[in-house]
Design a protein around this ligand. Structure first.
Ligand SMILES: [Zn+2]
Ligand SMILES: [Zn+2]
Length: 360
């Protein structure tokens, strides 16, 4: 089968014929019909991640946002049949550990990240193998296309789990979203779909305009807060003023020291900060936070990663019903051979909206 293989960091991926997967007893092979392109692919391609000891190995097939049709089924798979349409989460679980058995497969003790490690080659390929498929593969409702799932990618899934499950937002809550890249814009759209009032922060005009179109009631361009520096509490003060006392829930979708700190500082009493952005080389995973204030005001700080497969149904229902339409953000449909060019375009921040591989 054809696949795009990482042969050297930052260099064009090699489009080559590789051995197709065969299902292990608990696995299935899926014909990939669509796979989203994501900044996580770009980071992996660049060889980033060494500070967390998670650099993607050379020889890896990237691609972690797939949907497709089951082509082969292992002997011990019970729930899936050839021809079933499925989504495949990037955070795969073993289906048997304590966390998987309790519905938290996204944080499996023995989990794997599809497309980022050699045991689970990714979906920039004609086919993928899905291990522990009864547990990991998610059957799609009839109204949800493969392209919509690819457009959901990891961004909507991550944003949905963070807001609906980890922060448990309620209709009418003020939600602040710091950073309006793909992940932040997904958080804006989902928070609005769940009935929250959304305030979005960025330092660029175009993403803030998009945030407004997607449901943000208030936008703040941090560069326009005149004479308000970090020392006199610029962004958090502006948010508190516009939300009658602060956000109920605030999301750092960027992962920089300043956005993380602003997210905690903009909360109202008993607010919840959710960290979904991962840090850059500058932070290397460490950010200073006002711990005494967090204790003093009953503030909650939570992390969130991906979503357990058992809860995909809640998000897919929103798409099936037309409440969320991620495919509307698809701006470019490309072939496998174009993936390298599209990754290179991300280096210059030339991409806008969501790009999806639909031709393999
Ligand atoms: Zn597990
Ligand atoms: Zn992704």
């Amino acid at each position: 089968m054809r696949a795009a293989v990482l042969e050297s960091y930052g260099e064009p991926l090699s489009i080559e014929e590789v051995d197709p997967p065969t299902p292990d007893p608990h696995g299935v092979v899926v014909d990939v019909e669509a796979c989203g392109l994501c900044r996580s692919d770009w980071h992996a391609w660049q060889g980033h991640g060494e500070w967390a000891d998670d650099q993607v190995p050379i020889g890896q097939i990237l691609g972690h946002e797939p949907a497709g049709r089951v082509a082969q089924v292992g002997d011990r798979v019970d729930e899936l049949a050839v021809g079933d349409r499925v989504a495949v989460p990037f955070n795969l679980g073993d289906g048997t550990c304590y966390y998987c058995r309790n519905g938290h497969g996204n944080v499996c003790e023995d989990g794997y990240a599809l497309g980022f490690e050699s045991s689970v080659p990714g979906a920039f390929a004609e086919q993928i193998h899905v291990p522990h498929a009864d547990f990991n593969a998610v059957t799609l409702p009839g109204g949800v296309s493969a392209e919509a799932v690819a457009a959901l990618g990891c961004r909507y899934v991550t944003a949905f789990h963070a807001l609906a499950h980890r922060a448990d937002i309620a209709a009418g809550d003020w939600i602040a979203v710091h950073g309006c890249g793909g992940l932040g814009l997904a958080a804006v759209q989902i928070a609005a779909a769940l009935g929250a009032r959304v305030l979005a922060v960025d330092i660029r005009t175009a993403p803030l305009e998009l945030a407004s179109e997607l449901g943000a009631e208030v936008t703040i361009d941090a560069t326009e807060l005149e004479n308000e520096t970090r020392e006199n509490d610029g962004v958090p003060a502006a948010i508190k003023a516009r939300t009658d006392g602060g956000a109920h829930v605030s999301v750092d979708a960027l992962g920089r020291a300043e956005t993380c700190r602003n997210s905690v500082d903009c909360l109202r009493i008993r607010g919840t900060h959710v960290q979904i952005g991962l840090t850059t080389e500058a932070e290397r995973g460490e950010v200073a936070l006002p711990i005494d204030e967090i204790a003093r005001w009953d503030v909650t700080v939570v992390g969130s990663r991906g979503m357990p497969p058992s809860r995909y149904d809640e998000l897919l229902r929103l798409i099936d019903a037309g409440t969320l339409a991620p495919e509307r953000l698809v701006t470019n449909r490309v072939a496998l051979a174009d993936v390298s060019d599209r990754l290179a375009a991300m280096s210059e921040y030339e991409t806008r909206g969501i790009e999806v591989v639909t031709e393999f």
